[in-house]
Write a protein that binds this ligand. Structure first.
Ligand code: HMG
Ligand code: MG
Length: 309
């Protein structure tokens, strides 16, 4: 049955901005998070504690976390690929995340390019991170990247997805995100991959992370709703891409997902006009129009209304 409530995890500040060629100031990232929480987003992926040599755009992680005016009821998450990243993420009480994300891959080739180790090695790196997070009462999400296709390997099978899902479950990860990093999934294939995650995690702890490279993300989210899945990552203005997945576009735009969910009568707690304010804000800063169709449509509608007035 289609769920009556959906949680959108806003990943624009992290997945969106990690790929920007021009530097985006920490103050802008902080303001973006504030606008997103004002719009009603209750889960926000803020930044990542990764090597600044690999992803310089996230080097201001601690500054961004320290600058947040936290809103009660909002959960802030960060990516931590290893213990070094986790220790930096909990370095002081003012920057403590509510949740961390470890990110592995369904293909060996992508694991090597993204985190510089094999799939098995990545799981062994994550194991102490999960233990340390739980010792601090911090929830752990995992992302299983390239679950629908890999830029280096090509096709990825549901068996390969399930192998990593099982390994993640084995080290005690609480929540399993299935990621179509390069946006090549189509609805039936997505359902097949998701079904493997649902064998190991309850539906409330499975989420979808769809990049929209081939325009399939909305259809894929609908396919997940049909399985009862009710948590999805999305990126304001459709920002983003992955530095290790050339040609991949941003995540599905949060505005586009919300427009569909509103049309289906599904509760999210998010105000679309305030969300568009956030999309307009970050788009103006980076000097590009939103990629999200709904963001553009609502901004054009506002411009028309102003012209008529
Ligand atoms: P490595 O080079 O294999 O690690 O990197 P190392 O342990 O050999 O250390 C090498 C250097 O990195 C050392 O510094 C370490 O201190 C430093 P040096 O002595 O050379 O000066 N280092 C770190 N610095 C800061 N924070 C850390 C850290 N760890 C080591 N946590 C590592 C391994 C994973 C760190 C590296 O490969 C890396 O940072 N990769 C970037 C991965 C990344 O951020 N990718 C994009 C996010 S994932 C994504 O977008 C996919 C997702 O959206 C889902 C989807 O769409 O698929 C989640
Ligand atoms: Mg991603």
């Amino acid at each position: 049955m289609i769920p009556s409530h959906v949680t959108l995890v806003e990943v624009g500040p992290r997945d969106g901005l990690q790929n920007e060629q021009q530097p985006v100031a920490a103050a802008v990232k902080i303001e973006l998070v504030h606008r997103l929480q004002a719009a009603g987003l209750r889960e926000i992926e803020v930044t990542s504690y990764v090597s600044p040599k690999w992803v310089p755009q996230m080097a201001d992680n601690a500054e961004v976390m320290a600058g947040l005016k936290r809103r009660p009821g909002v959960r802030y998450s960060v990516l931590t690929p290893n213990l070094k990243g986790f220790e930096a993420a909990i370095a002081n009480a003012a920057i403590l995340p509510d949740e961390i994300v470890v990110f592995g891959a369904a293909s060996e080739a992508f694991s090597q390019r993204n985190i510089n180790c094999s799939v098995e090695e990545s799981i062994e790196r994550f194991r102490p991170v999960v233990e340390a997070a739980h010792a601090h009462a911090i929830k752990v999400r995992c992302a299983v990247s390239v679950a629908l296709g890999c830029p280096y390997q090509g096709e990825v099978t549901p068996d390969e997805v399930e192998r990593v899902v099982r390994l993640m479950k084995g080290i005690g990860v609480d929540h399993c995100g299935i990621a179509d990093t390069i946006g090549v999934g189509t609805p039936k294939r997505v359902q097949a991959a998701m079904a493997r995650a649902l064998k190991h995690f309850p539906v409330a702890e499975v989420s979808g992370h769809f990049h929209d490279t081939y325009g399939q993300a909305i259809a894929n989210i609908y396919a997940c709703l049909e399985l009862g899945i009710h948590t999805f990552d999305a990126s304001v203005a459709g920002l983003g891409g992955c530095p290790y997945a050339k040609g991949a576009t941003g995540n599905v735009g949060t505005e586009d997902v919300l427009f569909m969910l509103n049309g289906l009568g599904i509760e999210t707690g998010i105000d679309i006009e305030r969300l568009v304010d956030a999309a307009e804000y970050i788009s103006n800063v980076i000097g590009r129009k939103p990629v999200s169709r709904t963001g553009n449509a609502l901004l054009a509608k506002r411009a028309n209304a102003r012209a008529v007035a």
